[in-house]
Write a protein that binds this ligand. Sequence first.
Ligand SMILES: NC(=O)c1ccc[n+]([C@@H]2O[C@H](COP(=O)([O-])OP(=O)(O)OC[C@H]3O[C@@H](n4cnc5c(N)ncnc54)[C@H](OP(=O)(O)O)[C@@H]3O)[C@@H](O)[C@H]2O)c1
Length: 319
Amino acid sequence: MKALYYEKYGDISVLKQGELDDPKVVPDEEVLIKVKYFGLNPLDYKLRSGMLKLMTFPTFPRTIGSDFSGEIIALGKNVKNFKVGDNVFGFLSQLNKGVSSQLLTANESILSLIPSNTDLPEASAVPLAALTSYQALVQLAKVRKGNKVLINGASGGTGIFAVQIAKMLGSSVTSITSDRNIRWMRDTFLVDNAIDYNQENFLDNLKNNEYDIIYDCYGNLSFNSVKNLLKSGGSFVTTDPFKLSNLIGMLVSKFSKKNFLSVIVNSNNTDLNVIKNWIEDGKIKIFVDKKYNFNEAHLAYKYLETQRVKGKVIVKVDD
Ligand SMILES: NC(=O)c1ccc[n+]([C@@H]2O[C@H](COP(=O)([O-])OP(=O)(O)OC[C@H]3O[C@@H](n4cnc5c(N)ncnc54)[C@H](OP(=O)(O)O)[C@@H]3O)[C@@H](O)[C@H]2O)c1
C-alpha cells in the first residue's frame, strides 16, 4: 500500500512517500479501513521531530497523523457495530503507528459513522481536536450555562471546537487570537468578547476574579500568569501538561481555591458520538482551512508548523 512515513526522527525532510506492507490480518475486534483522508494536528510534528520519543515506541518506519476518515472494507470476527461499506472516522493514539496509509486497522471502540451531514474530507478534520476540547471543557472543567470562559488559541484546531462547545452550552466566551482572526471570532462564532494577543499586556486589561474557566489550548499561558483572572473555584485547563510552568502551576494550585487541570485526549467512540450528534444537529461546524493532496503532505506540515492555521488542515489519500 502507498504510505507516508519516516524512518528516523527529524524535520519535514524525513517524510517519505513509498510502499509499505498491507496489514496482514484484521484482529478480531478491529476493522480494515480504506483511508480516504487524514487530518493533521501539532502532535504529529511533535512526534516526528522526536520531541515525544520517551512516550512512544521507537518503531520505524512510522506513518504519520492521528485523525482519519475512510470506508470499512473488512471486519474482524468479533466486530458488532459496523459493516463493510460504512464510512467511519476516528483517531488513533499514535504509540507505534499513524494513519497516513491507504489501509489501516482500527479497533471498533474508537470509530463512529461519519456525521450524516458531512463528507469524508470534513470528517477527517474533527476527532482529536474536538475530543480534546470536549474532554477539557465538559468532562474536566464541567462548563455550564452562565459560565464565563476565556479561550486562548481560539482560532486553531482545538480552539474552534472549544469556542463552539462553550457557546452551545450557554457560556459567555472571550477569545484570544491575533488581530486577523478577531472579526472571524465575532461574526462566525458570536464570541462575547474577542482579544488580540498582540496588544501590549493584554492580560492586564482583563478583570480579576472574572472567569469560571480559562482554557489554554495554544499553550503559552500558565496557572500563575492567569490565576488572578479566575473566580474562586474556577479552573485553568491546559493542553500542555508537561511544560515546567504547568508542573509548577499544578503544585501552586494545591494551596489555592482555584483549580489547575490538564487534558490528555482519549480516543473513544462514546465521546466521538456526542460530537457526531452535535454536528448532525448543526450545533458544531467544521472549519477546514486547507486541503492537500497525498504528494503535498510536506506542504501541509509546513503550513501547520507555522502555528497560524485557522481551523484544520487535511490531506487526501491516493486511491
Ligand atoms: N494534551 C492533549 O491531549 C492535546 C490535544 C490536542 C492538542 N494539544 C496541543 O494543543 C496545542 C494547540 O493545538 P491546536 O491543534 O489547536 O494547534 P493549531 O491548530 O496549530 O493552533 C493554531 C492557532 O494558534 C493560534 N496562535 C498562534 N500564536 C498564538 C499566541 N501567541 N497566542 C494565542 N494563540 C496563538 C493561531 O492564531 P493566530 O493565527 O490568530 O495567531 C492559530 O489559529 C498544541 O500544542 C497541541 O500539541 C494537546
